[in-house]
Design a protein around this ligand. Structure first.
Ligand SMILES: NC(=O)C1=CN([C@@H]2O[C@H](COP(=O)(O)OP(=O)(O)OC[C@H]3O[C@@H](n4cnc5c(N)ncnc54)[C@H](O)[C@@H]3O)[C@@H](O)[C@H]2O)C=CC1
Ligand SMILES: CC(C)CC(=O)C(=O)O
Ligand SMILES: [Mg+2]
Length: 345
């Protein structure tokens, strides 16, 4: 039996998390898996319940689980909270030691029309963004005054090397190319990043083709020639921004899943989007990113590759048959798209 700490969160979080749970239950039935979901307060919902975005009971459940599933957190209601929902999310990522955030973006043949970009431009897009998740500016010291504020950006060589290793290993199973993205023309942390990546490459991964690119140029290239990229390796802040940008290649941020992994098998799985307060409570949220995050959970934390494949195939088939929510031009709501996926499983 596998225990899944289940954290719906805020805004559209509970809507897409419910969709993912329904799909996981359908896959469990088909593949005779026993999944035990432990519902936990997290984010703004936890602030409302007990004044803390990452309560100790939730932390205990996460640390004791085989995998953690998260919808999304945050929203204007908690923007002035002493500890914001986002602080709870950062604390959880650190506590779980999930330093590598995998964010795949692909456009399957025949699905190019979902993208707002020209179809020829997104043809063949199949990339994996490997984002460092527990270091950099999100975790440095901060000072915050009315007239002056600072955010420290700190990376150690060890932090860079361990996430670079994940990227090189992924590239060996894919098309054999890593593009490492930094801002080494300006930032000391980026020069350390580039040196550490080069050193690991020279010592252990010479068979992988490595290139380096500055983040501003990559922001452009992702739109201009996205099919050129295989694995994109980058630090926390740059990866956060570039992956939201890249999600548009496939059609919508609502389609984008993620897996956050550390050294063990226990991972954190969440769609890359936030709580989308502008559409929350209206049944408009695209659940595909959350559903495919659930597939990643089965593959990476529970070693249930066949069940993961079945979920991904069902989502692809539903999309290919014209099903989809409004963000990709479809007529489904969150529940009806989920029904279609469950039916296909
Ligand atoms: N992992 C997490 O829980 C994250 C939380 N946040 C938090 O979420 C809140 C809102 O942030 P925003 O900047 O508005 O980012 P967002 O990702 O929530 O929304 C950006 C845009 O994408 C749309 N969108 C997002 N998810 C969608 C889905 N499943 N289907 C269709 N459309 C979707 C929204 O309607 C909005 O127009 C903030 O409090 C932020 O801190 C933001 C990113 C990640
Ligand atoms: C909400 C933030 C802590 C991070 C974020 O935007 C993300 O991980 O995608
Ligand atoms: Mg983000």
């Amino acid at each position: 039996m596998a225990m899944i700490a289940f954290l719906p969160g805020d805004g559209v979080g509970p809507e897409v998390a419910d969709a993912a749970k329904r799909v996981l239950e359908a896959a469990a039935k088909k593949f005779s898996l026993t999944l035990d979901f432990k519902d936990c307060f997290f984010g703004g919902a936890a602030i409302d319940a007990c004044g803390d975005p990452f309560p100790s009971e939730t932390k205990e459940a996460c640390l004791g689980a085989d995998a953690i599933f998260l919808g999304a957190i945050g929203g204007p209601k908690w923007d002035k909270a002493k500890r914001r929902p986002e602080a709870g999310l950062l604390e959880m990522r650190k506590a779980l030691g999930v330093y590598a955030n995998l964010r795949p973006v692909s456009v399957a043949g025949g699905m190019e029309h979902l993208s707002p970009l020209r179809e020829a431009r997104v043809k063949g897009v199949d990339m994996l963004i490997v984002r460092e998740l527990t270091g950099g500016m999100y975790f440095g010291d901060r000072t915050e005054g009315d007239d002056r504020a600072t955010d420290e950006c700190l990376y150690t060589k060890e932090e860079v090397t361990r996430v670079a290793r994940i990227a090189f290993e992924a590239a060996r199973k894919r098309k054999g190319r890593v593009a490492s993205v930094d801002k080494a023309n300006v930032l000391a942390t980026s020069r350390l990043w580039r040196n550490a990546v080069n050193e690991l490459h020279a010592a252990e991964y010479k068979d992988v083709e490595l290139s380096h690119m500055l983040v501003d140029a990559m922001a452009m290239k992702l739109i201009q020639a996205p099919a050129e990229y295989d694995v994109i390796l980058t630090e926390n802040l740059f990866g956060d921004i570039l992956s939201d940008e890249a999600s548009v290649l496939s059609g919508s941020i609502g389609l984008a899943p993620s897996a956050s992994l550390g050294d063990g098998t226990r991972g954190l799985f969440e769609p890359i989007h936030g709580s989308a307060p502008d559409i929350a409570g209206q049944g408009k949220a695209n659940p595909a990113g959350a559903i495919m995050s659930a597939a990643m959970l089965l593959r990476y934390s529970l070693n249930e590759g066949a069940a993961a494949d079945a979920i991904e195939a069902a989502v692809s088939k539903a999309l290919a048959s014209g099903r989809g929510t409004g963000d990709i031009g479809g007529e489904d709501n969150t529940a009806s798209f989920t029904d279609a996926v469950v039916e296909l499983i």
